[in-house]
Ligand binder design. Structure first.
Ligand SMILES: Nc1ncnc2c1ncn2[C@@H]1O[C@H](COP(=O)(O)OP(=O)(O)OP(=O)(O)O)[C@@H](O)[C@H]1O
Ligand SMILES: [Mg+2]
Length: 283
């Protein structure tokens, strides 16, 4: 069942003549992990805002077409209702911090506190998320006195703890180190396997190839490709639109020129696909 349905969606920011999103048709199934890729300015954040209701409630502008998310029309529902069903992890983690809490622990508990969740349940949920996002060492620190990557983990934890039906993440690993990035991908994948629907704007194609179910590539507000990571990332069109390709694809393309890759064999996007391809040619 589709939990996100966008039909012929076009959006203009206020006073902008060029649409930031144009004629977008998209359906995302429950429990699916959809990745959004695209160059700077392609419309990734705008799409994240539209799915989570920040457009048109926070960013005004002109929205045409239809949006249905978790059984509601976020353009008609109020933002309070939207945020309970759809959690958005902002591109800049600084924007996520409430500004009213002194410790990371309190910051993560803040949303549950507002919902009036029982204190015992609240403690259990916050402790579990702190453990899963591996930020126990930050628990008593001020949310403001953290590095960018630490803040990014706290921002993620503060949304995950709410257990939204749909989780929208806007470049959640942009400031994380390689191990931190992989940990985030793992946590997100676990959430998807438990039924949470994930939409993630992200540039790290190798990790997306490994973890995402489908990939949507945007360019200048339009969908240029939508399919499995293999279909999208092996496409030779992507670099023309400023989308990076997997290093495994890069190696195979070069190997093809050097006669080290079978002509006609599909381009790999993951390490396993790459090894499979080389096994065929190297005895
Ligand atoms: N508040 C705004 N007002 C007017 N135009 C905006 C606003 N925010 C973004 N835009 C424009 O909308 C388009 C899409 O921007 P968006 O932020 O969605 O891109 P993005 O893919 O998230 O880029 P990045 O990789 O840099 O985060 C761009 O042309 C941008 O200039
Ligand atoms: Mg963005």
């Amino acid at each position: 069942m589709a939990v996100i349905e966008l039909k012929n969606l076009t959006y203009h920011y206020p006073l902008s003549e060029t649409p930031a999103l144009q004629s977008i048709d998209l359906e995302v199934e429950e429990g699916e992990f959809l990745a959004i890729v695209g160059a700077n300015g392609a419309g990734k954040s705008t799409l994240c805002y539209t799915i989570s209701g920040f457009i048109p409630h926070f960013f005004k502008g002109e929205l045409a077409g239809s949006v249905n998310v978790a059984g509601m029309d976020p353009t008609k529902a109020n933002l309070g209702t939207c945020v309970q069903k759809v959690g958005l992890v902002f591109q800049n983690p600084f924007n996520q911090i409430s500004g009213s809490k002194f410790t990371v622990y309190e910051e993560i508990a803040f949303g549950l506190e507002n919902l009036g969740v029982d204190p015992q349940e609240m403690r259990e949920r916050v402790d579990e998320i702190i453990r899963r996002t591996r930020i126990a060492d930050l628990r008593d620190r001020s949310p403001y006195a953290l590095s960018g990557g630490q803040q990014q983990r706290v921002a993620l934890a503060s949304i995950l703890v709410m257990k939204p039906q749909i989780l929208v993440l806007d470049e959640p690993t942009s400031q994380l180190d390689p191990i931190g990035s992989q940990e985030v991908f793992q946590v997100i994948k676990e959430m998807a396997l438990q039924g949470m629907t994930i939409v993630m704007a992200e540039h790290k194609v190798e990790w997306l190839a490994e973890y995402a179910d489908r990939v949507l590539a945007l360019s200048a507000g339009q969908i240029i490709k939508l399919g499995t990571p293999q279909e999208v990332f092996s496409s030779s069109e992507l670099p023309k639109h400023g989308v990076g390709i997997s290093r495994y694809t890069q190696v195979a393309r070069r190997a093809l020129q050097e006669n080290l890759w079978l002509e006609g064999r599909r381009m790999p996007v993951t390490l396993d696909e790459s090894i499979e391809g080389f096994r065929e040619i190297i005895p």
